[in-house]
Design a protein around this ligand. Structure first.
Ligand SMILES: [Mn+2]
Length: 397
């Protein structure tokens, strides 16, 4: 059977909302043309409580897919919940969609509508001809709960089938950032293929001697080095055990470092303009991120460089973003720490989580709740008052 692996659509992502929708649509449709099964390891939506408009985007995408002619079928469902379709589109919620256990998240809604098979703590068995593939899912969970939940769930491969384990977590080997992140060896043994979402750059690796594939997101979100590659999805063939990456048309992203060493702001502006004009218009309206590096001529701090003017002047030809946090001078260097310490591909959220965990530990707090879950609760997009009240109720009850 051919399994398409596509992830992290981030429907509703505010900055590039149209890109998110268009690129998810292209990936899903191309994947459905090429494969028997679609496997989506999380973050279909950018938000755990998407607006009705954004939910409608998701519903439209999946309704059209469900109506296609599928040769493979979900013949059996085991574990938590149930399925309302036999169309082999199998998904789990990611970190962006995660809500407290027992509360419906937006992927649950697509599952309830019969538009996909939600395999959070469950296994979908897909059948085509005489071949059977068992797909075991684990929805995105707080990193420090992974081991406990693995112990409780104890996912095991099923004999006589090709077994896939798919999940949505940070992995320490790729993001060496917090000791709470799972390691490749923590994954349950015995599966034939491992699939992870969450990480927005593409990764091909292995666990327990079997392939591990991370397709990356279908849309740009973090604008970091690793995102300059073309977006797309994998198709894995269970018979040949081989896979191919298929590119989709995604907005071009280039990151260029511009040295400002010893220069005056006007020279820097000229340098930026010439870098931008070399890229502008290539592949539509690309995102060109300029990272200014070094120290300006004595007496200048960096604020003299008129970023808004450059951005405005190039609008329509390129989406320009100018990063000043690597400038070594005055106020700008205060932000340097964040820029320096962040490994490429690490989101601000993961970075913040690292700081939060360190503080909690150093202060010896005894929380009733996992500190990562507490962090997640604190970072949901409601009003501050509501979030704090809910978290306090939770901690004190
Ligand atoms: Mn994501």
């Amino acid at each position: 059977m051919r399994i398409a692996i596509l992830s992290d659509f981030h429907l509703g992502y505010e900055r590039f909302r149209e890109d998110a929708l268009r690129q998810a649509g292209e990936a899903l449709s191309a994947a459905a043309d090429k494969a028997d099964v679609l496997l989506i390891p999380g973050d279909i939506f950018d938000n755990r409580e998407p607006s009705p408009d954004v939910l409608a985007e998701g519903i439209n995408l999946f309704r059209d897919l469900s109506k296609r002619e599928w040769h493979a079928r979900v013949s059996e469902f085991r574990g938590e919940g149930r399925t309302f379709t036999d169309v082999p589109i199998v998904a789990i919620p990611g970190t962006h969609e995660r809500r407290a256990e027992g509360i419906e998240d937006p992927v649950d809604l697509l599952g309830l509508a019969g538009l996909l098979v939600d395999t959070t703590n469950a296994c979908a068995i897909v059948e085509r001809g005489g071949e059977r593939v068992a797909i075991r899912g684990l929805g995105g969970i707080a990193e420090d709960r992974f081991k406990e939940i693995m112990k409780r769930e104890d996912p095991k491969p099923i004999e006589g089938m090709f077994n896939i384990f798919f999940f949505h977590q940070s992995i320490y080997e790729f993001l060496p950032f917090s000791q709470d992140f799972i390691k490749l060896d923590d994954l349950p043994d015995g599966f034939d293929l491992y699939v992870d979402g969450h990480i927005h750059g593409r990764i091909e690796s292995s666990s327990h001697g079997k392939p591990l594939l991370i397709p990356g997101s279908t849309v740009l979100t973090q604008l970091k080095d690793g995102e300059q590659e073309t977006k797309g999805f994998y198709v894995f063939d269970t018979l040949t055990k081989s896979y191919v990456f298929n590119e989709i048309g995604s907005r071009r992203f280039v990151l260029r470092r511009v040295s400002i060493e010893g220069k005056e702001p006007s020279e820097v502006t000229d340098d930026i303009e010439s870098v931008v004009s070399a890229e502008a218009g290539k592949g539509g309206n690309p995102i060109v991120k300029i990272e200014l590096v070094g120290k300006l001529k004595a007496g200048y701090k960096g604020i003299e460089i008129n970023s808004p003017e450059i951005v405005k002047h190039n609008s329509g030809k390129a989406i320009v973003e100018i990063g000043k946090d690597k400038i070594e001078a005055g106020q700008a260097s205060a932000q340097g720490g964040l820029g320096e310490k962040m490994a490429d591909g690490v989101s601000i959220k993961d970075y913040g989580l690292g700081i939060f965990l360190e503080k909690v530990r150093n202060n010896g707090y005894d929380l009733k709740k996992s500190p990562i879950e507490l962090f997640e609760d604190l970072s949901v997009g409601e009003t501050k008052e509501k979030v704090v009240k809910r978290v306090m109720d939770d901690l004190l009850s």
